[in-house]
Design a protein around this ligand. Structure first.
Ligand code: PSU
Ligand code: MN
Length: 299
């Protein structure tokens, strides 16, 4: 697959300066239009304000693109963009389509060009009905063989969180909580589950990433960065929105790749936009930490 690297990203990488990869599925399918485009800009601006180079990843005309200019961000924020996981990249290349990359596809492409830190909202994971649907996000299997730090607010609360944590353990992907003993619950500060390890600062995370290489691991590192309780979605509102969203998805036969965008949109509607504010806030916090980790790795 042809990989185009934005000149600013290329010079940051060759100069050993901090770079933070960002995913485009979050923009294209995780946030409502048209505010998604403005949020994409805010996320990139935050990375720059923290002294790092943003590298939003997408597929444009079938070419993997690492670092997007304004017009390319417009294309990702528009209507007719498909959702590409890692397995779709080769097909998308041959069909020369525009596509937004998931955590799996973004991590894979970013790592391939030497980016070591990636910040996003929530990872994909094991869905609640996975015992019947087999719906387990490729985000997990990709992270098992992709040496990149992924800063997230845990996994989407629509998933089976304990099953996802178990699966990450099986796959050999370490999970650390940033300044917290609790695994972040995406819209909520606490998913209700503990993390195996707690880390206190960005340099420690950078050292763990390096130590993984030293012990011969090619796995990623999940850094769960919980919202402070004051910033989270009201837990009661959250649980009601989740229950009604799951019912509607089941009734409408929504499943597979369409389920995440459907449920996120449902949350945005039933919370009157509050979930969107929380979603944006948690991504901004994650990219801030991502920039600190990238700086620690660069120094
Ligand atoms: N979390 C969000 N919004 C999103 C996603 C995660 O808050 O849009 C996306 C990510 O791109 C993640 C993908 O990789 O959902 C997982 O999709 P699936 O469950 O179909 O693998
Ligand atoms: Mn899935």
């Amino acid at each position: 697959m042809q990989i185009d690297i934005h000149p600013d990203v290329r010079s940051a990488l060759s100069g050993g300066r901090p770079v933070v990869a960002l995913e485009s599925t979050l923009i294209a399918h995780g946030l409502p239009r048209p505010s998604n485009r403005e949020v994409a800009a805010r996320i990139e601006d935050r990375v720059r304000a923290c002294g790092a180079q943003p590298a939003t990843v997408a597929v444009l005309d079938g070419r993997a693109t690492i670092g997007l200019d304004d017009r390319q961000l417009d294309r990702i924020g528009a209507d007719d963009v498909v959702k590409l996981s890692e397995r779709d990249l080769a097909v998308a290349a041959v069909k020369a389509v525009d596509g937004a990359t998931t955590v799996a596809a973004t991590a894979s492409l970013a790592s391939r060009v030497g980016i070591r830190v990636f910040a996003t909202g929530g990872l994909g994971g094991v869905h609640r009905d996975a015992d019947r649907s087999w719906d387990v996000s490729a985000d997990l299997t990709t992270l098992a063989r992709t040496p990149i730090v992924v800063v997230c607010a845990g996994v989407k609360s629509i998933l089976d969180v304990p099953a996802t944590l178990e699966h990450l353990e099986t796959l050999g992907v370490p999970v650390v909580g940033y300044c917290s003993e609790r695994f972040a619950g995406f819209y909520l500060a606490d998913s209700g589950h503990p993390v195996p390890w707690t880390v206190d600062d960005a340099p420690e995370i950078a050292r763990i990433h390096q130590a993984q290489r030293a012990v011969g691991s090619s796995a990623g590192l999940v850094v769960a960065n919980p919202l402070p309780p004051t910033e989270q979605l009201d837990p009661g509102v959250h649980d009601d929105a989740l229950a009604s969203g799951m019912r509607q998805a089941a009734a409408g036969g929504v499943r597979g790749a369409a389920l995440t965008p459907f449920l996120l949109d449902h949350f945005h509607q039933v919370t009157g936009g509050r979930s969107l504010d929380v979603n944006v806030e948690l991504v901004l916090r994650n990219v801030t930490l991502g920039a600190e980790i990238a700086a620690a790795l660069a120094s």
